[in-house]
Design a protein around this ligand. Structure first.
Ligand SMILES: *Cc1c(COP(=O)(O)O)cnc(C)c1O
Length: 417
């Protein structure tokens, strides 16, 4: 059982609400850095290791800057994400551009930045060549399809997944790219998401090392980089355990020695592109209780809504909830905790056992550091919240202001009505 601890007190939150208004997401810098170091340490054995943080998880340049200082790169999949990486001074091959269904202008930007381009389809070799020219280095995303059992609810079965090249295509694509003058190659895959089984990641590494060996044996191409993708899950529920990243690192080391070293491909660069496990547990959505209502069920309405965190609404995902100041109270009430959207799935929790909640209570929703603010939207004209950073020295910095109605209406011209 993980104790869901908070890095701030009720009094600190009251001060933040005074200064910045609720709701907001707040990220714990010290914990993010410590976690980043744990990941690096787990792969310290590798000849070269780079984590390309999946920008989509927490697309805030202040977070990217912290991660850059910890030696991370950026995994981008859109023009906006490329620009965020650039603003955070993550440049050149510290960016991996893993997009799909990609427009030409995004390839052009990735080329301008000198990013490692990771193609999602064999037809994109020509498309890239036509619109941006071919780079010196190319990577390809592998979809093992039926060759790899597994997958899970979020990412689905590989055979049903839109991403990547088939086994046959990836060999063909490497040969084609080489014939067109590409000199350096990478292989990439991403077959799990929010996965808590450490073995599945080791299995992915084994699969990719086998592929690198096959490429070497059948084409004579020595790939330079193997990117194992993201997908390590986090313990959203208190009874879940975090993935033992050291164990994962050791398991991959054994696979590396058995396959890459034995097969003559050492040294090979290893990469990952985790998002969720890097920032997820270290972000919190803070809101206040606006209303309570008692009808067929008991409801607690927050000033935050699904526009601030849509995972419970779209995936039925569990996010732990703490009512500040009532941490030790008995969980003798059952509530649906809601936001104000005109959508009945705008609920942070359904039938949750909680202490008695009163209007004005501060409610903290845990594990919102990844795919929280990032997935926000403006349905019903709800405005997206601010983001705060709890700094290492205990201070608080606002790293994104809340949207205003002016922002919301900026694309409308009321004068020509
Ligand atoms: C979303 C995504 C990631 C990050 O996944 P996490 O589950 O957050 O670790 C990495 N790579 C690609 C291509 C992705 O789409």
């Amino acid at each position: 059982m993980t104790v869901k601890k908070l890095p701030f007190s009720k009094e600190q939150l009251e001060e933040m609400i005074q200064a910045y208004k609720s709701p907001f997401h707040i990220y714990d810098e010290a914990a993010i850095r410590q976690n980043a170091r744990r990941l690096r340490d787990a792969f310290a054995w590798a000849p070269e290791f780079k984590e390309y943080f999946a920008v989509k998880a927490t697309p805030n340049p202040y977070i990217l800057k912290i991660l850059r200082e910890e030696g991370f790169g950026a995994d981008c999949s859109s023009l906006a994400e490329l620009i965020l990486a650039e603003k955070a001074r993550i440049l050149e091959e510290n960016i991996m551009f893993t997009s799909n269904d990609t427009p030409a202008e995004e390839y052009q930007k990735a080329m301008d930045l000198g990013a490692i381009i990771n193609l999602d389809d064999i037809t994109h070799i020509e498309y890239l060549e036509k619109h941006a020219g071919l780079p010196e280095m190319l990577s390809f995303r592998y979809n093992p399809g039926p060759l790899r059992a597994g997958g899970n609810a979020i990412i689905g079965n590989p055979e049903e997944s839109k991403y990547g090249l088939t086994h046959e295509q990836i060999l063909q694509a490497l040969a084609t790219a080489r014939d067109k003058g590409v000199q350096r190659f990478g292989l990439h895959t991403m077959v799990v998401s929010n996965e808590l089984d450490p073995g599945s990641f080791i299995e992915t590494a084994n699969m990719m090392f086998d592929l690198a060996l096959e490429v070497y044996q059948s084409l004579g191409i020595r790939v330079e980089l193997v990117n194992l993708g993201g997908g390590i899950g986090i313990p959203y529920r208190p009874e879940q355990e975090p993935v033992d990243i050291k164990y994962v690192g050791q398991g991959i080391k054994e696979a590396y020695e058995a396959k890459i070293v034995a097969g003559g491909l050492h040294p090979l660069k290893l990469a990952t592109e985790f998002g969720r496990m890097i920032t997820g547990p270290y972000g919190y959505l803070v809101g206040k209780v606006l209303h309570k209502k008692e009808i067929y069920k008991n409801y607690v309405g927050l000033d935050a809504s699904m526009a601030d965190l849509m995972r419970p609404g779209i995936y039925g995902a569990y996010h732990h909830i703490t009512v500040m100041g009532k941490e030790d109270w008995p969980l003798d009430h059952v509530y649906d905790v809601t936001g104000g959207l005109c959508e009945n799935n705008d609920k942070f929790a359904v039938d949750r056992e909680l202490p008695r909640i009163d209007i004005g209570d501060i409610v903290v929703i845990h594990d919102t550091g990844a795919h929280g603010h990032a997935m926000g939207f403006n349905y019903n004209g709800k405005l997206r919240s601010a983001e705060l950073l709890l700094k290492r020295n205990g201070g608080v910095q606002r790293i994104r202001r809340a949207e205003t109605l002016e922002d919301h209406f900026a694309t409308l011209d009321f004068l020509n009505l």
